[in-house]
Design a protein. Structure first.
Length: 323
């Protein structure tokens, strides 16, 4: 099986108190059961782009601002306004689920999708004090009610970054021009990625011990270089399909054949209207999220039948995070 190295995407944090004083932050895991892969059918497949930061609606604190005026579409915008060069984070909490994303210390708002389904979320902006100690500069609660829509998986986000003028979006439009169904769009994108993007082994080796910012994919760069690691493959597929109105998750967890050892990996889950065959021996159900692993498919073309058998077996995948 190919070597697939995508190290930890962001610190998963557990904060013991909420105050402007330094608070300890330590690692905490999320199991597959904590993050359901599906909940309800998407009401429609309409791609969209997040709105600009709305200062008049934003909540401000000592370290930054949070704009939740578009919570109805499954995302918020956050901006760091502090002056420190130390790490700043957006900490998202929903029940026992916790995740921390880096905030851009150079200024400017980023989009953060809320992917754990409907319910109450706590959003906080944290500033590193020293080591694993962080100060909480802003904390606010928001309520998400998408009504069965999968809007968070139809737009760009802090992890799946693209815009209307992205080359990857243009390439997807070219590939899908004339397609009569979601199935045809998925087929066109998957075959293109399989045939044109190769696995970047030197990049995989160089990521060992790297910092978080090294792991935010650049979809246009992947397209231009025609190579990447699993995180690049899955971000490119998510960008292309989302821009074509197909709900697509970027999933990170562990993957491997059978009961053997598993590697840290990234792949996609897609939701389309209608069932059918994408590749010979590879079909989608059309009534649930379907796993799609273009990294393994592209790297295993010489033995595609065996690889398809592996990637169509959900037991070979253990999801941890969904973006």
């Amino acid at each position: 099986m190919i070597k697939s190295i995508c190290l930890v995407l962001a610190a998963v944090l557990s904060v013991s108190a909420y105050s402007m004083n330094a608070v300890p932050v330590s690692a905490a895991g999320i199991t597959a059961e904590d993050v359901p892969l599906s909940a309800a059918n998407p009401v429609s497949g309409k791609a969209f782009y997040p709105a600009s930061f709305n200062d008049s609606s934003a909540i401000s604190g000592n370290l930054g601002k949070i704009d939740a005026s578009n919570i109805g579409q499954g995302y918020v915008l956050a901006e760091y306004t502090g002056a420190s060069s130390k790490a700043a984070l957006l900490y998202i909490i929903k029940g026992s689920e916790k995740f921390a994303f880096p905030l851009d210390s150079k200024g400017g708002a980023c989009v953060y999708t809320l992917t754990w389904g409907d319910g109450s979320y706590k959003l906080q902006i944290l500033q590193q004090v020293s080591g694993n100690n962080y100060a909480v500069g802003l904390s606010t609660d928001v309520s998400l009610n998408l009504g069965g829509s999968y809007a968070p998986f139809l737009c760009p986000s802090q992890i799946v970054r693209y815009g209307a003028s992205s080359e990857a979006v243009d390439q997807a439009a070219t590939l899908c021009e004339g397609s009569g169904s979601d199935l045809e769009k998925v087929t066109a994108v998957v075959k293109y990625v399989m045939d044109n993007i190769r696995y970047d082994y030197p990049k995989a080796d160089s990521t060992v011990g790297g910092n978080f910012n090294d792991f935010i994919p650049n979809v246009d760069q992947t397209l231009a270089l025609k190579k990447g690691i699993c995180f690049d493959y899955s971000a490119l597929v998510a960008c292309m399909l989302r821009s074509q109105g197909i709900p697509t998750q970027l999933v990170v967890g562990y993957a491997g054949n059978g009961g053997g050892s598993k590697v840290y990996h990234a792949w996609n889950e897609i939701y389309i209207n209608g069932k059918g065959t994408i590749l010979v021996g590879f079909s989608v159900n059309g009534d649930s999220w379907d796993l799609m692993d273009t990294t393994f498919l592209a790297s295993g073309k010489s033995n595609l039948k065996a690889v398809i058998k592996i990637v169509q077996d959900d037991k070979n995948y253990q999801p941890q995070y969904i973006f």
